[in-house]
Design a protein around this ligand. Structure first.
Ligand code: UTP
Length: 235
């Protein structure tokens, strides 16, 4: 008699949730609820780790701090605190499934995964953003996949907020991602869909990455299975 068995492939997935997606003005409660539901569902089959950004709140605090100090590193620390407050919010929403402290060390994140809990991180050190943290975490954990959730729905050949004819790129190499991210950062006040340092880490770690928008983030379970409208970065 033929016996069919389904082989379950366990993936290790790192999610990079942009602060502006999680907390656009105020915390987006409905989104955080939906995100938590999807993350818990994914964690039933896969190993999951999450990094969250600071969003508008961190930008407001950093701007306010500029009035009092020119010290960039100091302002980065303020940003890091805000990312960690957002991380606490996600921990609250995930309940028992999340490790109850904000993780600050990649090795601890690994340990938490072994405990079958979801490690949640914010920022780590001054000088970069949480995109870079997520890319480094994915590299350290040897993740099978990095999912970047950002406020643009993928990588475009030019800035879609400025050029209505900008075309979304469905599939790019890490080298192309580095080029696009560096080009965006070189423009005054420019910030790309992923920061250039993170793109470099994605290239260095040969990390398979999906870059998706908020609409797709409501269906992260499908995104992990490759069903989304964003960009695939394929090493
Ligand atoms: P974010 O990662 O949120 O930066 O960190 P962002 O570019 O504003 O991204 P979105 O909008 O959330 O997606 C906020 C600030 O915190 C500091 C930096 O100053 C950064 O701009 N930070 C964050 C660090 O210095 N180190 C970190 O590891 C993370």
């Amino acid at each position: 008699m033929l016996q069919f068995s389904t082989v379950r492939v366990v993936m290790r997935v790192v999610f990079d949730i942009g602060g502006s997606v999680l907390v656009p003005e105020d915390p987006d409660i409905e989104f955080i609820r939906a995100l938590s539901y999807e993350l818990i569902k994914i964690s039933e089959d896969h190993e999951v780790a999450v990094v969250v950004g600071g969003g508008k709140v961190s930008r407001k605090y950093i701007k306010a701090a500029k009035t009092f100090t020119p010290n960039e590193t100091f302002k980065d620390y303020i940003g890091i605190h805000i990312t960690r407050a957002n991380a606490m919010l996600l921990i609250a929403a995930l309940g028992e499934k999340a490790y109850p402290f904000v993780i600050q060390d990649f090795r601890k994140a690994w340990e938490v995964i072994q405990l079958k809990k979801i490690p949640i991180m914010g920022g780590t050190h001054p000088g970069h953003t949480t995109d870079a943290v997520a890319a480094l975490l994915a590299e350290y954990l040897q993740a099978d996949l990095l999912v970047v959730v950002t406020n643009v729905d993928g990588v475009y050949d030019s800035d879609p907020r400025k050029n209505p004819n900008a075309k979304k790129l469905e599939r790019i190499t890490p080298e192309q991602l580095v080029e696009i991210a560096m080009e965006a950062e070189s423009k005054a006040g420019g910030s790309g869909v992923v920061d250039a340092l993170a793109a470099k880490f994605i290239q260095r770690g040969r990390i398979r990455t999906y870059i998706v928008g908020k609409r797709d983030a409501y269906h992260l379970f499908d995104v992990v299975r490759g069903k989304h409208h964003g960009t695939v970065v394929e090493p």
